[in-house]
Every structure is written in C-alpha cells, then in structure tokens.
Design a protein around this ligand. Structure first.
Ligand code: NCD
Length: 529
C-alpha cells in the first residue's frame, strides 16, 4: 500500500522524519537525473496522465511557490488548472466549501492552496472528504498548503530543509541557524519550529526587534522540541555577539500583514534586520545566506551586491523548490512511494474521552460542612466549589456570572466569593443551586472548560452523595458560544465561512485551535471576549 497517496499536506508536521527523508532521497535522485538530462530517469517520477487534475488556487500573491508548482505539474504532464481568484465567485462571497467542492466535482485530485486565511487546508481536507463521500468520488481530493496567512508554509520548509542538508552533506546530526527578519508574520520561519526537528541537535538564533519577534507559540514549540533558542534584537547586536551561526535565513518584513502602528516604524524596523556591508568582515568563514524570497527591490534585507559572493545560497534554494514540489506531487498522486519503509505519520487522534471528570472520595454519613460566610448549607441540589481558586476576587466574580449565563443556572440559590480553606490566602468561587439536577456530560464539559479544577457536589438529604473534580476537557467543539480569537483563522466569524470552532487540550493545559493552531487559555475560547 502507498501511504502517501491521496494525503493532504497542511503543516510540516504532517510528515514523519522517515517520510521527509524518503522525500529528500527521491528529490536527490530526480535532481541528478534532471542535471544529467536523463529522460529515462526523469520518466520514473512522472505521473504522465493527462486526466490527472491538479488545481492551483492562489488567493494571495506568489511567484516562486505558484510557478514552481506549475512547472512541477508540467513536468508531470498532467491536467493543470489555475483558478483566477481575482475574478472568481470567491469575490461574490461564495464560501470556500462551495468553491472547492465545485472544482472537486470536475475530478481534480490535488489542490494547491495559498490564502490569507489560516488553517484553510485543514478545513478543506475535512470538507473534501465529506464531499467525496456524498458524491461517490473514487478519490478524496488532497490539499497542499502553499502558505496560509502567518501560520505555516510547509512546502517551503521541505525545500529549505532539503537545501540545508544538501549544503552540509546530508548530515542530520546538528544545525546552528540564525533566523533574521520578520519572525512575527513570516510563515516560513514558523514552519521551522517543527521542520528543523529532522536534525538531532538544533540551535536557533532569533534576530528580530520586539515588534517582529517570533510568536511565543513557535518559541515554545522550539523549546519543547529540544532546540536551544537565543534572542537578538538586531543583526548588529548579533554580529557583535561573536556567537554567530554559519547558516543565516532571512525573511522580508511582511508589510501587507502589519497594522498601522508597526507600519509607522517600518524604516527603523527594516534597518535592524537588513544586512550591511560593514558586517561582512565579521562573518564566520563559510557562512551562507538563505531567503525564501521575494526581496524588496528598493530595500532588500540581503543587498544585491552579495548575489555574486559565496554567501549566495538563496538561488540554489529557490531552484530546489521545483524539484521538491515534483516529488511531493509524485508522492500524493501515488506515482512513487510504494517502496517506502518507516514511520507513517498518522493524524493525531483527539479522543473525546471523559477523563476530565475525576470522581473524588466521599464519606456517605458525613453531613455537609457548615458554611462560615452567612449562607446555610443546602439539603438537596448542586454545589460547584473551588471555582477559579487562586484568581483575583474580580476575576472570580466575573466568571461566576459567565458560568451562570453559559450553563443557564438560573433560579434559587446563590453564589459568592470566599477564602479557600484548602489554600489559605487564596480566593475561590462557589455556586449553589438547591433542587438542581446533576449535570449531563455536555454541561459538565462546558463547566470544565469554564472553571477547570472546580468540584461538583451532588447533595441529597443533606449528604454529599457524589463529588467530582473537573479538569480541562481534551476536546471542545459543537458549542455556539466558543470561537478561535484569531481573526484570520478560517473558523473565525469574520471569515463568514460558518466553520464551527474546535479546540484540543495541550500538555500545558491550554486549548489549541484545530485550524490555525492559535493557543488559548480556557478564558479565551468564549465569545464574550
Ligand atoms: C514566502 C511566503 O509567501 O511566505 N515566499 C515564498 O513562498 N517563497 C515569503 C514572503 O512572502 O516573504
């Protein structure tokens, strides 16, 4: 069985280490055939099927990614189409689901998609599967992310990693790399947080002023992946540190994604991430520069006088783009990949378990404790205790109101903020509702996501008959009142696509958006924000 066939490629981590190495090996073989103009060698990789439909859908501008995919598809001798997105019904407010379903219905098999919207391919993959099932398509369409907003650029990452390996003799032991430029908006550097995992030891020097600094999510990911990460606010500071990497990776200031406040400072910001002639003599021997390109013609971060020096690694890098993309298409079409042996990356399964409900021991004959702050204990009903223990009184009070509203806990009873008996000095919230029934699983999940750590006590005849501790639920979705707060996320209401939010619990007890991967605290996923 070919494990690559029909797969979508939405983020760099969609391929395992073994799969990436296999892809690079194939790219090396193809590159040598192309260099030698060995037609028989090249033919081994060609899909060579004029009915095989590949569609380019670029809603953001592109030269290299779009044209290298076009050239790659032409190499394959397939049916290549290009949606003219500036004149398509996307501009008449047609949904992405309807647009891509239409094109899937014309028997196209691979879509190459670039968008401002983040997480679009993840959504299209799911939507395409449902469309294929409904319409009895023999194959489910595959979606390749050619850059989604400031999220990821996985095919650029493949060609970057291939280029680094080619440069260092295919050694995956270690890499020391400087990432310089707009690390905040640059999706190519975000993909490095998982992409560089192919090296056993990774040292990353991040060079950017605070306005353009690498988002915390990607820094945390790098650290969690075992990378050593160092920070510098300008190239000048880095040069003077004397601890420079020999591999430098530049990214352009992405003016089109910046807000007015940052744009006002663009000259000053540009200066801090532009390479200057006087730095040249301080570079370590054998330094090489890479850049995903484009460079700004007036303000290039790598000045053009360096084009004809040994620092120029970006031209080879750019040319490798087509080779890598030929191989990627060959794999997803199923043309190659039958002989792959190794770990297959299977999509993470987010089990919707009930492990967030932890039963606590109860003493059946113990009467409930007297309350010390003026409210009598209840005889029958529900008491939710330890709400937001340790937070400020104001935070707890506000959250009590939200819990009551969200779970519709109206009616008799009360709620108050009090000092925790367990942890003196800390505050907590309590809600009690006499006569209230036990919660169903859905409400339990909502409560767990509103007040992780709280306890739910069920009281009958003045005795606690059940006591449950609620932890962060593993997944939360299917609720109207949750939303990813990233306006560029495909599931955000501003996109108008009607895609319901979905979050998964992280190891740090946060929620990650299924689509754009923005990290949220449990307080941030609710629409009241
Ligand atoms: C990059 C992109 O679009 O993310 N370019 C590319 O694909 N080669 C970088 C950029 O636009 O600055």
């Amino acid at each position: 069985m070919n494990t690559f066939k029909g797969r979508s490629f939405t983020v760099i981590d969609d391929f395992s280490f073994d799969e990436k190495m296999y892809l690079f090996q194939k790219a090396r073989e193809l590159k040598s055939y192309i260099k030698a103009d060995d037609k028989a060698g090249m033919d081994k990789f060609r899909i060579n099927d004029s009915d095989f439909g590949i569609y380019e859908v670029f809603i953001e501008d592109s030269t290299r990614t779009k044209e290298s995919f076009k050239n790659a598809a032409e190499f394959h001798r397939v049916k290549l189409s290009n949606l003219d997105t500036s004149h398509s019904s996307i501009n008449k407010q047609e949904s992405f689901a309807d647009t891509f379903n239409t094109l899937s219905g014309y028997y196209n098999k691979i879509f190459i998609v670039r968008s401002r919207q983040e997480g679009l391919c993840r959504w299209l993959e799911e939507n395409g599967r449902n469309y294929a099932q409904r319409n009895g398509l023999a194959t489910t369409p595959a979606f390749i992310n050619a850059g989604d907003g400031k999220h990821e650029h996985p095919t650029q990452e493949l060609l970057d990693d291939f280029t680094f390996l080619e440069h260092n003799g295919w050694n995956t032991d270690s890499i020391h790399i400087a990432l310089a430029g707009d690390l905040y908006h640059g999706r190519t550097v975000h993909s490095k947080a998982d992409g560089l995992k192919i090296f056993s030891k990774v040292k990353v020097d991040l060079i950017a002023p605070s306005e353009l600094a690498m988002p915390e999510f990607y820094v945390n990911k790098m650290v969690a992946n075992g990378f050593e990460v160092n920070f510098f606010s300008s190239i000048e500071e880095y040069i003077n540190s004397g601890r420079m990497a020999k591999i430098w990776y530049f990214t352009r200031p992405q003016l089109e994604r910046m807000g007015d406040a940052i744009l006002k400072k663009q000259d000053q910001l540009r200066d801090s991430i532009t390479f200057q002639k006087e730095y040249l003599e301080k570079l370590p021997e054998g330094t090489i520069f890479y850049h995903p390109l484009p460079r700004h013609k007036v303000y290039p971060s790598i000045p053009t006088f360096l084009d004809s020096t040994p620092l120029n690694g970006w031209e080879t890098q750019s040319a490798n783009g087509m080779i890598i993309r030929i191989i990627l298409l060959a794999l997803i079409s199923g043309k190659i990949g039958d002989d792959f042996k190794g770990e297959v990356k299977v999509p993470q399964c987010h089990e919707d378990s009930e492990d967030f409900i932890v039963p606590l021991p109860i003493h059946p004959n113990a009467p409930i404790k007297d309350c010390s702050e003026g409210v009598k204990p209840i005889a029958d009903g529900l008491v939710i205790d330890h709400i937001l223990r340790g937070r400020t009184e104001t935070e707890i009070r506000e959250q009590l109101i939200r819990i009551i509203r969200t779970l519709k806990l109206y009616g008799k009873g009360g709620e108050w903020v009090t000092a925790s008996r367990k942890e003196p000095g800390k505050m907590k919230g309590i809600i009690f509702r006499p006569g209230h029934d036990e919660f169903g699983i859905k409400s339990m999940k909502r409560l767990a996501a509103l007040a992780p750590g709280c306890t739910v006590n069920i009281i009958k005849d003045k005795h606690v008959i059940k006591k449950l501790r609620l932890l962060m639920p593993p997944a939360i979705y299917n609720f109207d009142d949750i939303e990813c707060s990233n306006p560029d996320c495909i599931s955000n209401h501003e996109q108008g696509e009607g895609i319901p939010a979905e979050f998964y619990r992280t190891d740090e007890d946060k929620f990650i958006c299924k689509y754009c991967e923005k990290i949220h605290t449990f307080m941030d996923i609710w629409k009241w924000n």
